[in-house]
Design a protein. Sequence first.
Length: 89
Amino acid sequence: MADLQIPRAFQDALLQYLPYAEASELAPADDLAALGLDSMGVVQLLAELEDTFGVELPDEALTEETFATVGSLWGAVAEFVPAEPVGHE
C-alpha cells in the first residue's frame, strides 16, 4: 500500500475531518481514528467524498475496515471514481 497514490482532492476533503492530523500530506497507512475521525465525522466525510467525486458508495462498502486508514478509504472510493478525473477547478 506504500506506493498507493492518494489524490490531493481526496486528502484535502479528508483533512477537514481529521483534527489531529498535523501534516498536510497523508500517508496510506495513517490511522483515521488516531487522527480524530469519529462516527459523526464519518457521516460528514462520506457526504463530502460522494459530492467531491460524484460517486455513491454502496452500504456494503461502508465498513469499519474501509474507514480504518487513509489508504483503505481511498481504495473504496477509487473503485467508484470514473477513470477520467472530474474537474472541480
